[in-house]
Design a protein around this ligand. Structure first.
Ligand code: FAD
Length: 382
């Protein structure tokens, strides 16, 4: 592990910090569109305004190439960007999934027309995107997906169901995986379509989670007709497009320690406020938790160091996802232990139940452990 912040990254920090000082007013500060919140129309409009400010200054997606409105920013600038956003309590854009996961697939596999029409609107938050991958019987085993699209002249006709679609209730575009050739082995015969969700036959049904929020959704497709120009990448080779999307999803893990460590800090402060630090057992639990946060930072730093030295993202992505999602749940458990009944309501009450989702979203803990066992430790398949 070897990196320091080079002068270019510090120059970028100074530029971005002064831009934030000028533009980030209190009306914008606070929760943005998350993976975990409902958003009322007023807050959505404010977030769209904020998104446009970021886009106009080319801060909405700094890693994108300049020709698409990004800055072609390197790893350290991206790290600095995340640190500054976090430090200043700035909300993100309206397209957390679109900008970091879906856009790279459009840039790599899209036609000129798809790139020209879809990317600028995504960047400014004019469109909101969701990912339509999982189905009731295809989650970890994504290649088993059954949602069908049949070619009919110059259209695909889509029938089937997707589920767990984050932001589906706000989205008007979906990166959708469909089966276009059922006679091929399951990883083949899949295609990726970019689907306008306002088309007739698309029905979104929000799912209410244990926190009481409508966070993600089921999406039903009944005879939905999309033009063949909606195809992203080669016909029947959507698996490759999906893997590009998921690779970027896993590549965003390097900054997860920022929010985790801030939350651990908050818990220590809350514990101190109720006198819990006097109790050696509670103190021990908090100390162990603190170390989990620091461990995640070291894993992240290793990934960053690797990226700077030209190493492809290796096991760090899977390790960071594992450490982060389990540590987030330990935070909730320790909150219960040190705060008692106070941890059942308010911030901690919500956090403790919501965090159960994190060992499932973006690849479950068990599947992650399989990946690490086989690809890192070289163990045989179970
Ligand atoms: C908060 C959240 C947001 C999400 N957002 C989206 C989204 O925007 N778009 C989208 O398409 N999907 C989304 N998902 C779905 C997510 O990708 C799936 O839930 C996940 O891939 C697991 O699939 P599953 O729910 O079908 O569980 P299953 O795959 O049925 O797994 C059930 C259990 O079996 C275990 N298991 C499965 N296979 C193995 C194996 N080979 N070895 C050992 N254990 C195994 C799993 O670990 C799990 O404990 C989201 C999920 C969550 C929780």
């Amino acid at each position: 592990m070897d990196f320091t912040y080079p002068p270019e990254a510090e120059a970028f920090r100074a530029e971005f910090r002064s831009w934030l000082d000028e533009h980030l007013t209190d009306e914008f500060r606070g929760d943005g569109i998350g993976f975990s919140m409902e958003m009322d129309a007023d807050r959505l409009a404010t977030m769209r305004q904020w998104n446009r400010l970021l886009a106009d200054a080319r801060f909405a997606a700094i890693s994108w190439p300049e020709e698409y409105g990004g800055r072609g920013a390197g790893t350290m600038e991206q790290v600095v960007f995340a640190e500054e956003m976090h430090r200043s309590d700035a909300p993100g854009t309206l397209n957390p999934l679109g900008l970091s996961n879906i856009a790279p697939a459009i840039i790599e596999f899209g036609t000129d027309d798809q790139r020209a029409t879809l990317l600028p609107r995504m960047l400014r938050g004019d469109d909101i995107w969701c990912q339509g991958f999982s189905e009731p019987d295809a989650g970890s085993d994504l290649a088993g997906l059954q949602c069908r699209a049949v070619l009919d002249d110059d259209h695909f006709v889509i029938n089937g169901q997707k589920t767990w679609n984050t932001l589906g209730h706000l989205a008007n575009w979906c990166e959708l995986l469909v089966r276009t050739d059922p006679d091929q082995p399951k990883h083949r015969g899949i295609s990726c379509l970019l689907v306008d969700m306002t088309l007739p036959g698309v029905e979104v049904r929000p799912l209410v989670t244990i926190t009481g929020e409508k966070e993600f959704n089921e999406i039903f497709f009944t005879d939905v007709r999309v033009p063949v120009s909606s195809l992203l990448g080669p016909l029947h080779d959507g698996w490759r497009v999906a893997m590009t999307t998921l690779a970027y999803e896993r590549g965003t893990v390097a900054n997860l320690h920022l929010s985790l460590r801030a939350k651990i800090r908050r818990l220590i402060d809350d514990a101190a406020a109720v006198g819990a630090l006097e109790d050696p057992v509670k103190r021990q639990a908090l100390a162990a938790l603190y170390l989990e946060g620091e461990l995640l930072k070291l894993v992240s730093d290793r990934a960053i160091s690797g990226a700077i030295h030209g190493r492809a993202m290796g096991p760090e992505g899977s390790i960071a996802k594992l450490v982060w999602s389990e540590a987030e749940q330990h935070v909730g458990e320790v909150a219960g232990q040190v705060l008692g009944p106070d941890a059942n309501t308010g911030f901690w009450g919500r956090d403790r139940v919501y965090m159960r989702a994190l060992t499932i979203a973006g690849g479950t803990t068990q599947v992650n452990k399989n990946i690490l066992a086989q690809r890192v430790l070289g163990l045989p398949r179970a």
